[in-house]
Structures are given as C-alpha cells and as structure tokens.
Write a protein that binds this ligand. Structure first.
Ligand code: MG
Length: 243
C-alpha cells in the first residue's frame, strides 16, 4: 500500500494503542544536534551562552552579581546564589564548570558550589581531585543523599561537564505520587543512574519532600569559591513516560 511504513497485522504492544512496527505511530520530531559535542541542539533552551547574565537573577533579589568574562561566569563570593528566570520541569540539562586553578582549602572548602535543580535539589560541585570529603558531599554527589558511583573529577583549572536527566517529583491532592529521579553523567561518565531522591537538599539532616510547583529555576551556589560556569542549556523532557 502506498505510504504504508509498517505493518497493520502485527500484535498490539502492551497498552493496546500501537502494533509492533506500527507505521501510523507518530514519527520522532527532528532535532538537529550541535556542531560540536556538548553544544545546544536545535530544540534546547539556552540558559547561559557566555555573553550575558540576562536571564539570571540573585536568589536574594536583584541582578545576578557574578563576574562575566571570557565566555564564562564566575562566582563572586558574597554575591549569593543566582538562578534562572526561566523555570522548567522534567529536563535534560547540560552544564560546564571549572574548578579554580589556584587550589585553596580542603574538604568542603575546596571549590565548593552546586547546581540546584528546581532551586531545591543539589548536585554538588566541588574540587574533589585529590580532596577527600564525606562521599555524599563530593563532586557530583546528590548532596547529603548519594555519593557518585565514581570520582570522575578532572584536575582543577580544566573544564568539566554535567549532563543531567531530571524527573520532577509529582503531587496529587497534596500527596507525593512520584519522587524525583535523576541521572547524571559527569565528564561523560554515569555517576547516578535514575536515582530516586529522598527529598530536597539540606545539611546534616535527613530530608523529605515538601510540595512545590511543577516547574522551578536552575540555581547555582555561591559557597565562597571561584568556580566558573559556561554553556548551560536544557531541553524539556516530554513523552518519555507515555505509551
Ligand atoms: Mg555545594
């Protein structure tokens, strides 16, 4: 039959909507990959391209007070955490970061920053190159909950990547019906595989879930260290849990 892409005499897949090799099933939308690895694909929302801090605000109110130079932003100690004006839910997120070349401090005091998903759930940023600390607080840890599967830190002064797949928690009538899940690749290496979060991020306590809106900002932490960030983008993650 002209235009027939698949089969209409094959068994139905679970759910009864589509057959095996069903030609009428919607085609995956076309997304053009970036020219270079790590670059934003055609459907990405660029949160930071190295040219402007527009789109970022201080968590404490007012403009984002971090330094912008040479295509990256750098923490200004005391300026406070910053976050995107943009708010989003389930997403694939790409972030590049660089720990200070001048090594200073130890443990949690060396190159500490953080990526807070929805402003609440921290993927730790730390210089963990030859810098032991408590494992659920090392680089790429889900802070206070899960150490990364491996320590994939590069030496300080080199750029690293976080690629994060984020599934928001969901509530219905005030009840948590789905916890948050996160997958993280640190420098291309899986360090969390669909990890179920226990709750929001805190310090020295066991956390829990507190209901919040279905979208939230991406927040970067000022922990007093000169950590740099560049090339930050996300893609809304849709359709992954549909039949
Ligand atoms: Mg931190």
């Amino acid at each position: 039959m002209p235009g027939q892409l698949g089969y209409d005499d094959t068994p139905f897949l679970p759910g009864g909507k589509w057959r095996v090799h069903d030609g009428n099933r919607p085609q995956p939308p076309v997304v053009t990959p970036a020219d270079v690895p790590g670059g934003p694909p055609s459907d990405a929302v660029v949160l930071f391209d190295g040219t402007s801090l527009d789109g970022w605000i201080s968590v404490g109110g007012g403009p984002a007070g971090w330094k912008l130079e040479n295509g990256y932003m750098e923490v200004v100690p005391g300026a406070g955490d910053i976050q995107t004006v943009e708010e989003f839910g389930d997403a694939q997120i790409h972030i590049e970061l660089c720990e200070p070349e001048v090594v200073k401090g130890e443990g949690q005091g060396r190159g500490n920053s953080g990526v807070f998903l929805m402003g609440r759930y921290e993927i730790q940023v730390l210089d963990c190159y030859n810098n032991p600390t408590y494992p659920d607080g090392t680089s790429a840890a889900i802070y206070g909950q899960y150490p990364p599967l491996v320590n994939a830190c590069r030496p300080p002064g080199q750029w690293s990547t976080y690629d994060i797949i984020w599934e928001t928690p969901r509530w219905h009538d005030g009840l948590l019906i789905k916890p948050a899940y996160v997958t993280v690749l640190f420098n291309g290496i899986v360090v969390h595989n669909h990890r179920r979060l226990l709750g929001y991020t805190s310090h020295r306590v066991l956390t829990e879930y507190v209901e919040h809106p279905p979208v939230g900002p991406l927040r970067l932490q000022d922990h007093g260290d000169l950590v740099r960030y560049r090339n930050i983008w996300y893609r809304p993650l849709v359709g992954y849990d549909e039949d």
